[in-house]
Ligand binder design. Structure first.
Ligand SMILES: [Zn+2]
Length: 297
């Protein structure tokens, strides 16, 4: 017999009446336990307050629970592992191109003291990524899309911003919180009917993924776009190339996902944001590069 959710008095009365039956005594009460949620909320409040950081440049408050040293160690470890699995290009025009642009960007970021490293890997994939602590990998497949120095500075600036803003560590802290929240929810519904439990846990999973983790991922992308734009302007590259690069990337992406399902903002959203930030970027460029002739770097 399946246990019915005791929503009616009759159900509860029946349970009480048959209280001596061992099988029924072990049945679930059907009630939501509130204490795991209260403990979770109290703990998260404490955890959040004691692990707050501020993102340079944007001033956004973020949750990061590992030290800079732990983060750098983690980044170096994954960097070495990833490089060992990639077809790393060590000399040639592609490497020179990347190194030359990177050298101009490193002095203008907040974390100029990171031990920045830039590697080029041969791959048809149009991709680049940054690891915590300032390790950046650029695939040769992205070079035709970036097209020129300003375009490459857009992509490198964006990746460097992810490292400076500690997005990797923030994502790890969020995933940890989501896991703990999942445990609290699962404890809270532990007395309920299995079907109800599955429904609540399923809704929680969907809610945390689409309501928190993915929007945060898109927020990180936009933040990296903004910071990268300011960096490339500081390094006297041309900010106006940034939206062009993302437009080209958008055209290149063969299978585009809907923005809500994606970890990245839609290309149109990106281009629009760049247009909003452009006056500021141009002002930064004037401030940092006033002694240089227009077009010269
Ligand atoms: Zn990114």
């Amino acid at each position: 017999m399946r246990f019915r959710f005791p929503g009616s008095l009759r159900g509860r009365g029946a349970l009480r009446g048959l209280g001596t039956s061992r099988a029924l005594r072990s049945r679930r009460s059907g009630k939501l336990r509130v204490w795991p949620l209260l403990v979770f909320v109290a703990f998260v409040g404490f955890y959040y307050v004691s692990n707050q950081q501020e993102v340079p440049l944007t001033g956004r408050t973020q949750l990061v629970d590992m030290t800079r040293a732990q983060e750098v160690a983690l980044g170096v470890q994954s960097y070495r592992k990833i490089l060992s699995e990639l077809d790393v290009v060590s000399v040639g025009p592609e490497v020179e191109f990347v190194q030359e642009v990177a050298e101009l960007l490193v002095p203008v970021v907040e974390e100029a003291d990171f031990s920045w490293e830039f590697s080029v890997a041969r791959s048809p994939e149009a991709n680049a990524f940054a690891l915590p602590g300032g390790k950046v990998v650029v695939y040769t497949g992205i070079l035709p899309i970036v097209g020129n120095r300003d375009g490459l500075a857009t992509v490198l600036g964006h990746e460097m911003a992810h490292a400076v803003a500690r997005h990797g560590a923030e994502r790890m802290a969020q995933q940890k919180l989501a896991q703990w929240a999942g445990m609290a929810v699962s404890l809270s519904v532990g007395e309920m009917e299995p079907a109800t439990q599955r429904m609540v846990l399923g809704a929680f999973g969907v809610g945390s993924r689409f309501g928190v983790l993915l929007p945060f991922s898109r927020k990180h992308e936009s933040e990296a776009d903004y910071m990268g734009l300011i960096y490339l302007a500081r390094a006297c590259f041309h900010p106006s190339e940034a939206p062009e690069v993302w437009r080209r990337m958008g055209q290149h992406a063969a299978h585009r996902q809907l923005e809500i399902l994606s970890t990245h903002p839609a290309p149109e959203t990106r281009v629009q944001q760049f247009q909003q930030w452009m006056p500021e970027a141009l002002a930064v460029r004037r401030e940092y590069c006033s002694s240089r002739a227009e077009g010269e770097r």
